[in-house]
Design a protein around this ligand. Sequence first.
Ligand code: FRU
Length: 491
Amino acid sequence: MKEWTREERYRILMDPMELWELHEKAAASPYRQSFHIQSVTGLMNDPNGFVWHDNQWHLFYQWCPWGAMHGLKHWYHIVSKDLITWRNLGVCLFPDRGDGYDNKGTYSGSAIPIGEDLYLYYTGNHRDADWTRRAYTCLAKLRKDGWTEKYPLPLFGQHPDYTEHQRDPKLICREDGYYILLGAQSKDLRGRALVYRSDDLLHGWTFAGELKVPGFEEFGDMWECPTIEHIGGHDVLLFCPQHLKLTGRGESVNHNGYIMGSMDWKTLTFTPDGQFHVLDFGFDSYAAACANNLENTDEAILIAWMGLPDVSYPTDEEDWAGCLTLPRELTVRGRRLIQRPLPGLKKLRDEKLSLTANEAGCYALPAAAELEADCRPGDMELHLFTRSDGSGGLNIYYSQEKHQITVDRSGMDVRFNREQGESRSRPLEDGLSHLRIFIDHSSVEIFVNDGDAVFTSRIFPTAEERFFHADGDMFLRLWTLKKAVTDRFVI
Ligand code: FRU
């Protein structure tokens, strides 16, 4: 694997055409997605600034232009009318070329419209000449004409009582004022969230205190991308605790999950009503962000990075990596979050395929498809991405005896991140009744029992791994899906 020097990682982008060949190379990859947002070149990670403004959805992603590595991060801008089809608009926030507050990266954050403009709250990642790092919470205005103006001074700098890991401002607008939630690390290396408050969106931000989450004082050494959402009458704290291991998740140390509970903004206490749940039971999902200004304040739409920190992917060799998940509608059932694909996704259905098996009992599996299964009680197995003789592939199976569904990717030809574990399971108390599976060229998202559990994973099938077969009492439907991302070279 390529070793990048610091100079290469933090190289300043002077001319978009420097990236033309990298884009051409990525665009020619068989693993380019057709209905998922993906990096224009290089690497993308977190979704940022997810918001409705000026008659369209705006979304940004963390973007490092030069290759499949985490280096100089920009905000790359994409827009959509319906959250299904997306258009590349180009870079919106560039890191400062001099010694400015964001000279080594415009890191994750959130956005809010004020009048005709869109305001972006982000982390300025600053490094001194001796590479000492400091974090600043910065503000920029994206004007209607498409130009971005950065505010000359940050809203606030890093808090002295915590380490330099303070980032990912999530703006929360409430009737009693405005809040910013930041992910942080205490000096004794515990994950924390910090709260800032102001009566004005653009000025006067002061430190309100540390978010108290009783019972979670020792839960990972850093919390990234925290947010508190109000969904179906419940408060939900979503965040990414780092450097802790969870049962059944291999050597993986970066997780994205949530705690249900109630938030008291006066005492800054989030009182949990239960344990930490992972958001996604698959292998590749992190840094989920929720849209900031839905009309109904009791609903939420979430989108996440379909990737993980500190791992590599097969497309690294092609000098690009990363895509986002499909946006999902969040609701609450019992003490769990339910994630459903957006209803509008049905628009992408193209042709309904009749299932004709080959002599080995396998069906052809298109590179972009939706597969739906109504399942009757009993064991079942679904082998996706097999060869034409039915061997290999991704195995999804349900055991009636254990009441458990498992997704196992160890049968794929291209194996990667094996230390994260190659199979993941989730108990299903009420059995398995339904699966809705979205397949793109290099990903699979499995919605179990109408959003009760989701397994999201990157997969990199070879040209031979284009079949599937099923065992068990189930009724299957399969559609090809239309393209919904344009993959245009816009910088
Ligand atoms: C999460 C994260 C954020 C940070 C960003 C940098 O993946 O590490 O905490 O702002 O990525 O790209």
